[in-house]
Unconditional design. Structure first.
Length: 150
């Protein structure tokens, strides 16, 4: 969980995104079950030309990887303002509902107008989400009794 046996930046990044989705969807299930006026939803920016990809290439200390990243970004990525649209849509549009997942609706969700997108099967694993919730409570020492699963 905390990469005690070796750290891999891309795998850690992917794992953190999966954990965000699992936690968000579990929060929505728990808040709905408790009758709370809370909605939890998620959004992703698609492939957005930000410093993240450039920093990743620089961490590998590879000038070639840096040049390739810049070239691929120029062709496939959308700018940061367009990458922010799914988050803005999820936060502001009246049709946004708890449990929604918003992202670019273009090919492979890399870019495009924001809309509802489908999370991968790992992100909808209810048992994994419950385990993550319990582990999060244990590791942080923070519990939410009113959101407990009975």
């Amino acid at each position: 969980l905390n990469w005690q046996r070796g750290y891999h930046p891309v795998a850690a990044y992917s794992q953190s995104k999966l954990a965000n989705l699992l936690f968000t969807f579990e929060l929505q299930r728990r808040s709905a079950r408790a009758g709370l006026p809370l909605i939890a939803l998620a959004a992703h920016p698609g492939w957005t030309a930000t410093a993240l990809y450039r920093r990743a290439a620089q961490m590998n200390d590879s000038p070639l990887a840096d040049r390739v990243t810049l070239a691929v970004n120029a062709v496939l990525a959308q700018d940061a303002a367009h990458g922010a649209l799914p988050t803005v849509a999820a936060a502001a549009l009246p049709e946004a509902r708890g449990g929604d997942y918003w992202g670019p609706t273009g090919p492979m969700e890399l870019r495009g107008l924001p809309g509802h997108v489908r999370p991968g099967p790992n992100a909808t694993d209810v048992a994994a989400a419950r385990r993550l919730w319990a582990l999060s409570e244990q590791m942080t020492g923070v519990t939410f009794e009113h959101l407990a699963v009975s």
